[in-house]
Design a binder for this molecule. Structure first.
Ligand code: NAD
Ligand code: ZN
Ligand code: ZN
Length: 339
């Protein structure tokens, strides 16, 4: 099968002919039809984070397709089912977190396209217990980004301590952030979008943001305070930039929440005095559970969110990474495996 393979950190991926994976009793084989490109895949190929991925690696955790093989213990899925393989490849199933339905916090969890080969390939192996079915209303291309960008931002909003009518800032309106804007609006929140460039401004306003702030032209925290008279109830930060995190923190009102989602390889020094005096809550949010994913897919199936997609090919992966790193991509890139 054809796959994009990272052989070493910080070197271009190569398009290789590799063996189709064999599956275990609890696993399935998925013929990939579409695969979204997440900024996390770039962090993985750079070895940006303290926990390193296994090399050589087939990245990708927004792979969706059709089941072509089923392991002996799998009864709840069948050949032909349409599924997506999210970032959470597997979890133990028995720890406190797994038992409470918080499997993304399982200390023994493994990540797709990181610890395990992912969706930048014609076929991908998956743990049958952790894939989620794609609603009939959604095609493969439009479903793919929801398996990471969608569920991650949906979950970030769920943990943001907000209620309808509150103000949120979506700091970063990239692949994740432009879905954050839509989920927030679908939840009845008012959105201030923060990013740069006319295209992202136009997209944010089309999606229903009340304001767009260009971080290269304005200081977002100051502009937010002048627009609202105070800070936001919650900031959802998906920016791949420490400056974005600092600004997001500074834009939260007293009693508000900052949700940390983006993963630039930096530290974020938090002022103790301001956090205490202003009663600020800081929440780290990692992807979402299978239940979150089902809910997030339902929003899309009902037409309440729609990813802004550029369709590309697997062979273009190095160019795609380059464009993402330079901040040239608006919306999400999805690689089409069917054409
Ligand atoms: P992306 O490249 O599509 O979007 C990032 C956006 O941040 C770009 O639009 C960029 O212009 C913007 N940005 C950069 N500096 C900014 C600033 N100072 N203020 C506001 N915006 C700024 O990336 P993506 O695929 O959306 O991923 C974003 C980040 O989220 C990555 O670090 C990725 O690894 C991480 N991520 C986290 C989770 C999680 O579970 N927490 C899941 C998926 C991705
Ligand atoms: Zn991702
Ligand atoms: Zn567990």
């Amino acid at each position: 099968m054809k796959a994009a393979v990272a052989h070493e950190f910080n070197t271009p991926l190569t398009i290789d002919d590799v063996e189709v994976p064999t599956i275990g009793d609890n696993e399935i084989l998925v013929s990939i039809k579409a695969s979204g490109v997440c900024h996390t895949d770039i962090h993985a190929c750079h070895g940006d984070w303290p926990v390193k991925p296994n090399m050589p690696l087939i990245p990708g955790h927004e792979g969706v397709g059709v089941i072509t093989e089923i392991g002996g213990n799998v009864n709840h899925l069948k050949k032909g089912d349409r599924v997506g393989i999210p970032f959470l490849y597997t979890a133990c199933g028995y720890c406190d977190y797994c038992l409470e339905g918080k499997e993304t916090l399982c200390p023994d969890c493994l990540y797709t396209g990181y610890h395990m080969n992912g969706g930048y390939a014609d076929f991908c192996r998956a743990d049958a217990r952790y894939v989620v079915k794609i609603p009939d209303e959604l095609g493969f291309i439009e479903a793919a980004p929801l398996f990471c960008a969608g569920v991650t931002t949906y979950k970030a909003l769920k943990v943001s301590n907000t209620k309808p009518g509150d103000w949120v800032s979506c700091v970063g309106v990239g692949g994740l952030g432009h879905l954050a804007v839509q989920y927030a609006i679908a939840m009845g929140l008012n959105v201030v979008a923060v990013d740069t460039g006319e295209e992202r401004k136009a997209l944010s306003m089309k999606l229903g943001a009340k304001h767009f702030i260009d971080f290269k032209k304005d200081k977002p925290e100051e502009r937010i305070r002048s627009l609202l008279g105070t800070g936001v109830h919650a900031a959802i930060c998906t920016a791949v930039s420490k400056a974005g995190f600092d600004s997001a923190y500074a834009s939260v009102r007293r009693g508000g929440t900052m949700v940390l989602v983006g993963l630039p390889p930096d530290d974020m020094p938090v002022p103790i005095f301001d956090t205490v005096i202003n009663g600020i809550t800081l929440v780290g949010s990692i992807v979402g559970t299978r239940r979150d994913l089902e809910e997030c897919l339902d929003f899309a199936a009902m037409g309440k969110v729609k990813t802004d997609i550029q369709i590309r090919k697997l062979e273009e992966i190095n160019q795609i990474f380059d464009e993402l790193e330079k901040g040239e991509v608006t919306g999400r890139i999805v690689m089409d495996f069917e054409s």
